[in-house]
Design a protein around this ligand. Structure first.
Ligand code: GLC
Length: 831
């Protein structure tokens, strides 16, 4: 039973607090002195609404404890702007897009003596006046979340309590590793360099104050606290019925409540505010080979040549800090890389793109005498006053190049300057950029800037570091993305960021940092990447093979097999860890790796289609089972499987040497794509495959588009379009096609095929209808229809001559070939 708002059990919260906040006006927040203080319990300072003012966007509530501005940017989203008092300064949002995808809802406001109710077509927010209490309700007036929000201003900071109903699960919060379901755990939001992080480590590299409550009925609602300050989120650990967000650094912040809906709709709403990942270039979905650090041109050419020779497809090779002079960003060590531009061009000519690391710390020359030092990033940064101030000059911290200075990414003009630093690399044909160490990392005990660092903002006010820390990496990625886009407007930028805050998905792919080559880290990729997906990040991966340590051959193969189904697929390892190019583990392992990478390449049409969907809707590519089956209780806690889109379920055997393992299949019917067996939803005990630790199941009803194997995507997708048909109900597949790069697709240069199959007692029809006129890459369509009980008596192409077909009795598989570049067709078989 939900507790009613006013019935909150009295709590005595002992908070660390300051005696005086002194944080009005500039600079923002925090406190000059700290001391203990007993604060807030019910009956003590329970806020009361004093005045209700109607505003252009909604209402403004003056209360005995702070000011609340309530509005509805969408008809499924309420925004609550909190301020301690009228003078409290507010940070600009680093997460919410300038032009959120909103549907300008009609907002009705009812006020009585006891309550104010905001109503949209899809939800209500009810505010009881005394004591003040906010509740989220459905449009019909049912309670979604009792205690949707309770605010406790503290000195310093604020605590926000959100009710957690019995049985509700909590997902999201970015790349945290504690709990797939976050309920019962506490998290620190503080982006942190975490080399060799342990399996339950916290904090890690990203802080996304967005979480989703998944109720027992399969409905979800969500919370986004748009505030990049140091904070904690206790998801029902200390108080089982409360998710508590607490920060010492806030006098004003925005909270968004997303109304009850299907979980996918909640993600659509969240990403309409914080942005969706841009459609990546096709090549970025290929295999990436990396290592810290390939140290010479010869080594790079050697690695690429061997992959190509061994028929392991590859689209990108990565250069870590060893290509630089003394690890200084934007330099190239010309002893080790004497013909850098030529190398990049030759690699590109062989089909492989070059991606380089460009950390944000700029080697400092500030204690060396002028004139200019001949290191353009430093010199131009000084000339434009782009580095963070500190002491009597620029704030300095030691990172890879030694003493370094740090760009003031909180200002637009510094971001523009940063973006222009990429000109040289762009001219040399470097295809993608890696923003690492951007938590920001500093080699000191606290791993980052001291709290005393002040950041300059666009309006010339200043913000103390803890207030903006979590946004710093996102602003770095934004500067890179926007700069690269301006320099090479015809191509889709590819940026990889390690640190992130809400909204970073608009600028960069991300990975989970310095993991370790062991089984636990392999297993945790599933809950970790799934939760990143439901935090708005579609383009994510983990270092495949593990960054630190040495995988045994079996672990390496298993990781490559699993990684091939995760959105960002990069083999990367530490300098002092053993090497892990695929051929180093023997021929048997290499054969497994080859098969896994090749399988991914054949699936690129399906994957690309899913990335396009993510860019339009915010629904991630890699999905926890509950995202598709929120009302199937058996799937809700499954953290060792995931869905790729709606149609493929990836179920690895994660225990070394296990002969059998359990697989949970969601409701409906599933095909084991290896054995072709048909299985009903439920828990199955299945055999672990010795030569492939990943079982792939296809939903009955799926139509999966595939292309021919290519060694890289530089010439686009090739060969016939293969549509693998797994007969079943509710068949609605898709294929999205465009040029694979550039922005012409935004002006209509694309095509979308709606794919479906429809079974009858004595046959089946496969249909494709397309919209858009982008030319198909294929000259031929092959339908591979499974579970066909007997040889067909007829195969009819409604728009063409009788197609060729072949029936494989042993496999019950019918292959039909349309020898034309068909995009719209209807093929029927009778048996
Ligand atoms: C950090 C990164 C890692 C990289 C290393 C050297 O540890 O997380 O991926 O290889 O720095 O640049």
């Amino acid at each position: 039973m939900a507790r009613a708002c006013p019935g909150l059990v009295p709590t005595l919260l002992v908070a660390i607090a300051v005696l005086s906040s002194g944080c009005r006006g500039k600079p923002h927040a925090p406190p000059p002195s700290l001391g203990p203080r007993i604060a807030v319990g019910r009956g003590d300072v329970e806020p009361r609404v004093v005045r209700v003012l109607h505003t252009e966007q909604g209402v403004l509530l003056e209360t005995t404890s702070g000011i609340y501005e309530l509005s509805a940017p969408r008809d499924d989203t309420f925004r609550i702007r909190l301020r301690r008092d009228r003078a409290a300064p507010r940070l600009p949002s680093f997460a919410v897009t300038a032009q959120p995808v909103t549907d300008a809802p009609r907002l009705e406001i009812d006020e009585s003596d006891t309550a104010v109710i905001l109503r949209t077509a899809r939800a209500r927010l009810r505010v009881d006046k005394d004591p003040m209490c906010l509740r989220l309700m459905t449009a019909g007036g049912e309670m979604v979340a009792d205690e949707a929000l309770r605010v406790r201003w503290q000195e310093p900071g604020v605590r926000l309590d959100f009710g957690l109903e019995p049985g509700e699960r909590v997902f999201g919060l970015g790349d945290k590793v504690r709990g797939f379901d976050r309920r019962g755990h506490t998290f620190e939001l503080w982006n942190t360099d975490a080399y060799g992080w342990k399996i339950d480590a916290d904090p890690l590299y990203k802080s996304v104050p967005f979480w989703l409550h998944l109720g027992t009925t399969g409905r979800a609602h969500a919370v986004f606290v748009d505030h990049p300050a140091r904070a904690t989120v206790d998801a029902g650990q200390r108080r089982p019925a409360v998710v508590s967000y607490e920060t010492r650094y806030a006098d004003a912040l925005d909270v968004y409540l997303f109304a009850s809906a299907e979980p996918k709709d909640v993600l659509r709403a969240y990403t309409s505010l914080t942005g969706r990942p841009p459609l990546p270039a096709l090549w970025t979905l290929g295999y990436h080979q990396s290592r810290w650090g390939y140290a010479s041109e010869a080594e790079v050419f050697g690695v690429v040549a061997r992959l190509q020779h061994d028929h392991i497809p590859v689209d990108a090779v990565w250069l870590d800090i060893d290509y630089q002079i003394g690890n200084a960003p934007f330099t190239v060590d010309t002893h080790a890389f004497p013909s850098f531009a030529k190398m990049v061009a030759e690699l590109a000519a062989s089909g492989v793109k070059t991606i380089v690391i460009t950390d944000l710390h700029i080697k400092s020359y500030q204690n060396q005498p002028p004139p200019a030092q001949g290191y353009p990033p430093y010199d131009s940064g000084v000339a434009g006053d782009h580095f963070i101030h500190g002491g009597t000059g620029y704030f300095e911290g030691a990172v890879w190049p030694g003493p370094s200075v740090f760009p003031e990414f909180t200002r637009a003009r510094t971001r523009t300057w940063w973006g222009r630093l990429y000109r040289g690399f762009i001219e040399q044909g470097v295809a993608g950029f890696w923003n690492d160490m951007n938590e920001p990392a500093v080699f000191v005990k606290d791993k980052t800037f001291p709290d005393s660092v002040l950041h300059r903002l666009d309006d010339e006010s200043q913000a103390p570091h803890p207030l903006v820390h979590n946004a710093y990496g996102t602003l770095n990625a934004r500067a890179t993305y926007e700069g690269v886009k301006a320099l090479r407007p015809g191509a889709r930028p590819f940026v990889l960021t390690r640190a992130a805050y809400a909204g970073a998905q608009r600028y960069a792919a991300s990975w989970t940092g310095d993991n370790t080559a062991d089984r636990a880290h392999l297993a945790v990729t599933i809950p970790q990447l799934s939760n990143l997906g439901v935090s708005g990040y579609a383009f994510v991966g983990a270092d495949v093979g593990g960054f630190a340590g040495c995988p045994d051959p079996e672990l390496f193969a298993a990781w490559m097999e699993l990684g091939a189904f995760q959105p960002f697929f990069r083999n990367h390892s530490a300098k002092d860890a053993c090497r892990r190019e695929p051929w180093l583990f023997g021929a048997t392992i290499e054969a497994r790796v080859r098969a896994a990478v090749q399988r991914r390449y054949r699936l690129l049409p399906y994957l690309y289609t899913l990335f396009e969907e993510a860019s339009r809707t915010g629904v991630p590519v890699m999905r926890p089972l509950w995202l598709e089956y929120p009302d199937a209780p058996a799937t809700l806690g499954v953290d060792d499987e995931f869905l790729v889109g709606r149609e493929l379920l990836i179920a690895p055997s994660l225990v070394a040497g296990a002969r059998r393992y359990q697989v949970t299949l969601p409701p409906g019917t599933w095909y084991d794509t290896t054995t072709l067996a048909r299985l009903p939803g439920g828990v199955h005990d299945i055999e672990a495959l010795p030569d492939d630790r990943v079982r792939v199941f296809a939903r009955a009803g799926a139509v999966i588009p595939e292309s021919a194997l290519v060694r890289d995507t530089s010439r686009g997708l090739r060969g016939p379009l293969t549509l693998t048909v797994w007969p079943g109900p509710d068949s609605a597949g898709a294929l999205y096609v465009d040029s694979g790069d550039g922005f012409a697709y935004q002006r209509g240069a694309s095509r979308r095929l709606q794919l479906s199959s429809e079974g009858r007692a004595d046959g089946l029809t496969v249909r494709s209808t397309s919209t858009g006129d982008f030319p198909p890459w294929w000259k031929e369509v092959r339908l591979v229809i499974h579970d066909v009980p007997r040889a067909p008596t007829a195969v009819i192409d409604a728009n063409g001559p009788r197609p060729a077909y072949l029936y494989d009795k042993a496999q019950s598989t019918l292959t039909v070939t349309l020898r034309r570049a068909a995009t719209d067709f209807e093929v029927s078989t009778n048996w």
